[in-house]
Design a protein around this ligand. Structure first.
Ligand SMILES: Nc1nc2c(ncn2[C@@H]2O[C@H](COP(=O)(O)OP(=O)(O)OP(=O)(O)O)[C@@H](O)[C@H]2O)c(=O)[nH]1
Length: 420
């Protein structure tokens, strides 16, 4: 795992940074108090072993930012820590290619530094497309975005941009100029908004034209935001980061609305929405879809014997085991101690065998809760008879579960011609 290199002569500051980075980001930290130590770390471990560096601008043996110049020369993304701020220093640092600078004037500064690192960690997996007919602007934008570790693609006009977006459908942000040959920025946004909403693809319009109405027109065509040329580095980063944070926040809200708060499994609503798509796909493609319903046996007794909190631990344990054993399945908590599992492209014989293995593993080891050992078992019903609607198939699996319960519990009932 790559590390963070902190170069800071104040023991208090480097201790705080190390502790916060390791606890919040779970990333190991090397601390150097001088430029000489920093050099040593890099030559001992290799620049490649560092994900980023946080560098104090004034060190005892490097009074004017030489340590930051060193880490930048080794291609280590660098965040500068400084005690004071002036305009001259700001533009000098940004021209050097630092990711950003943090002014050490309050405890909030450390939060800001950690937020920056979190952003960089996410950016390395995010794809951005820059569309501009001017080669200079395109390359300039691309190089600024690469400093923040984005995966950057470039296009010369709207037509090329559409082709790239077709090949790379997970591009998350498009930065587009307005005036371009073949297809301008408005036409591009209009075309894209036919099937990609603001969540799926964020669009930031850019133009140097002196028309003040461009920003509003870009947004009315469906852009998320707008940037006027010329802009300073920080404005670009702020706009891109703010747009991404907005999208990520909505994704978080959507995700929590789709999940059961306690087990973190998907909830009934998500299962019916997402499962319906899997079910339709199976119907149309003639592929298999196994649907299982499962229920912990005598769960009321677990609550009555060990308490409700221990019951919660059992439910979480059961959910985690399901996720671990069926990583490719859609797992949901239907409510109480009842769960549902959808296994695409699996015939019922195999689905039943895998569930039976899960059943045996579950029954073979105790769960530790409230200083006690709790032994549980569960019953299962599973069917791959594709009914017209998913709900009907779930009901069918539920009936098989009912039979498993009536037959003595701790067993799997499948409907492969009743042969399992
Ligand atoms: N701890 C805990 N208990 C819950 C939760 N949701 C439901 N329950 C309990 O789950 C128990 C379900 O009991 P029953 O429906 O009688 O079923 P059972 O005891 O598992 O019996 P069988 O299903 O017939 O084997 C009830 O006691 C509920 O209070 C929860 O979120 N946490």
């Amino acid at each position: 795992m790559k590390k963070i290199l902190v170069i800071e002569d104040s023991k208090t500051v480097n201790k705080i940074l190390q502790q916060v980075i390791e606890s919040q980001l779970n990333i190991p930290v090397d601390v150097a108090e001088t430029m000489a130590e920093c050099s040593q770390f890099i030559s001992d471990n290799g620049a490649d072993s560092y994900f980023a560096a946080m560098v104090d601008l004034n060190l005892p043996d490097a009074l004017s930012g030489e340590a930051a110049a060193l880490t930048l020369s080794k291609q280590i993304p660098t965040i500068v820590l400084t005690a004071d701020y002036n305009e001259n220093m700001r533009s000098k640092l940004l021209d050097m290619g630092v990711v950003d600078y943090v002014i050490k004037d309050s405890s909030y500064s450390f939060n800001y530094a950690i937020t920056l690192l979190k952003r960089l960690l996410k950016n390395q997996y995010l794809k951005i497309l820059v569309t501009d007919d001017s080669k200079v602007s395109r390359q300039y934008l691309a190089s600024l975005l690469k400093q923040h570790l984005f995966q950057v693609f470039t296009a010369e006009n709207g037509v090329q941009a559409l082709a790239i977006l077709n090949q790379e459908p997970d591009i998350k942000v498009l930065l587009t100029d307005y005036n371009m040959p073949e297809m301008d920025g408005f036409a591009l946004v209009k075309e894209l908004r036919k099937n990609k909403d603001k969540q799926e693809l964020a669009i930031i319009g850019i133009s140097s034209a002196d028309d003040a109405s461009l920003s509003a027109r870009f947004i009315k065509h469906g852009a998320n935001d707008f940037l006027s040329k010329p802009f300073i580095h920080e404005e670009l980063y702020c706009r891109v980061n703010q747009t991404l944070e907005h999208i990520e926040l909505i994704e978080e809200i959507q995700d929590s609305a789709n999940r059961d708060f306690m087990t973190k499994l998907y909830n009934r609503r998500y299962l019916y929405n997402q499962g319906a798509a899997l079910h339709q796909h199976a119907l149309q493609s003639g592929k298999q879809l196994a649907v299982a319903i499962m229920d912990i046996d005598h769960f009321k007794e677990v609550n009555d014997t060990y308490g409700h909190d221990a019951g919660d631990v059992v439910l979480i344990h059961f959910a985690n085991m399901l996720i671990k054993c069926f990583p490719n399945g859609l797992v949901a908590r239907l409510g109480g101690e009842e769960f549902c599992l959808l296994l695409p492209e699996l015939d019922n014989q195999h689905a039943a065998e895998r569930l039976d293995k899960f059943r045996q593993t579950l029954a073979a080891m105790p769960i530790h809760a409230e200083d006690q050992e709790i032994w549980i078992s569960a019953s299962f019903g599973v069917t791959n008879v594709l009914e017209e609607q998913l709900e009907a198939q779930i009901n069918r699996a539920d009936k098989l579960l009912y039979e498993a319960k009536n037959n003595g519990r701790n067993q799997v009932f499948a409907d492969v011609d009743g042969q399992f």
